[in-house]
Ligand binder design. Sequence first.
Ligand SMILES: NC(=O)c1ncn([C@@H]2O[C@H](COP(=O)(O)O)[C@@H](O)[C@H]2O)c1NC=O
Length: 536
Amino acid sequence: MSGATHDPSLYRDRDVVPVKRALIAVSDKRGLVELATALVGAGVEIVSTGGTGAAIAAAGLPVTQVSEVTGYPEHLDGRVRTLHPAVHSGLLADLRLEHHEAELAGLGIEPYELVVVNLYPFAETVAAGAAADAVIEQIDIGGPAMVRASAKNHANVAVVVSPERYDEIAAAVAAGGTTLVQRAALAREAFRHTASYDVAVASWLGSVVAPDQPAEESPFPAWVGGTWTKDADLRYGENSHQKAALYSSQGGRPGIAQAVQLHGKEMSYNNYVDADSAVRAAFDFDEPAVAIIKHANPCGIAVASAGASDPIADAHRRAHECDPVSAFGGVIAANRIVTLEMAETVSGVFTEVLIAPAFEGEALELLAKKKNIRLLTLPEGFTPTAVELRQVSGGLLLQQADRHFLPASEWTLAAGDAADAATLADLEFAWTACRAVKSNAILLASGGASVGVGMGQVNRVDSCKLAVERAGERATGSVAASDAFFPFADGLQILLDAGVRAVVQPGGSVRDEEVVAAAREAGVTMYFTGERHFFH
Ligand SMILES: NC(=O)c1ncn([C@@H]2O[C@H](COP(=O)(O)O)[C@@H](O)[C@H]2O)c1NC=O
């Protein structure tokens, strides 16, 4: 229980607070000298920690070292510097209260009206791969303590945690002081900053130094922290009556949210969802690949054919040919640089979004002539998501992303003759590509390109019908992949009747014998992978 009285009549009004004394301790020294110059120009006394004070003094500006205020040298390798009542009482005194003012004066402690702090670069040190002890030294203790104290006391103190606010704060100081509204906004920013910092520290300790369980028991920690900052309000959500916004995860790996838009109208909520699916599908492949997505499902997916003169253009052309009707208004992802040749084929089709690692100059120039297409590049350092989070009411599901594609060498031949190399390559392509198709998924492929996709049906028979119908004549001689086992022979029979020549599926149904017999009777090769690719 705090000792505060909370008697509203005791609080004196304080809106504009003139700044007479500022405490500055910053790791990131960008803009420091300019800010200090402005403050000194406005008659502000500056108190600073070692490195910050040295930088200010080197600029020829007057500065008081914090050790002079505390009467203690900075000690324990700098672990204790500002952690002292002479500092913290000056930050926490609520000068709206007469007795705080009197107590502070009695102790001979002077208040601060401005605190400028940014914290030790913890996340950057982790990212640089530093050893645990070096990382621990970068857990800032004194900084967050000052930030939190000043933010709590924003009735009296303005706290600045970002160099982006320096101009604004210098202007306020010069104009006579900070306003309560301004200080409250800065306090909000300050607590978000320390909260994000603590999440980063807690996550690192929980995953690197002291995992909750041995990794072989569970790769998932007992606690998951995360903070996200808003990038943009979107025009609307999945539908126009739903409001929506895009957030970036702080400290996470860069992904679709950080993609750079080079051209076109604002990205919509559905554009982001589909672009994410498209990128994920294209990056399931190591070889040049293109995925065309509609409503989170591929309507075409292909890798470059061997010896293609322009591999990514070839992959796109063949992905498009899978289902040109559905590709209208599609979202395309390429896992290689978009070439002029690919741009030429894309420009002939109405396309919502094209996202890729980069664009050749001429490709960008050509596509940018089209008003309706959005062109995006993936952020630097992009890698496919390794762990997926999904919200469920009241909680969150975490799972490792499905990026495990058993090669044909690990499959079991269940029916027919062993496939030749070309057929096996096609089966491997189909098996990988069908991961990107919502269950129940059936994908027919030929020559490293999908030719018919049956997606999202609540029984496998309908997925087979859909895949065969979409493939038309191309079903004959194609190969098929099924994301999970055939529970009966009926779905498979549809594929066999359509002329499919080889099938890959997990196997494992109680009626596998019936299913294998149907394949044998049709003289069709069938492999079991022993692993499925459900996708919801
Ligand atoms: N130990 C302390 O009392 C302490 N007080 C302030 N700091 C941090 O020291 C940094 C500034 O140090 P310098 O001015 O020496 O470059 C800031 O990031 C600030 O958050 C401290 N460092 C760590 O906890």
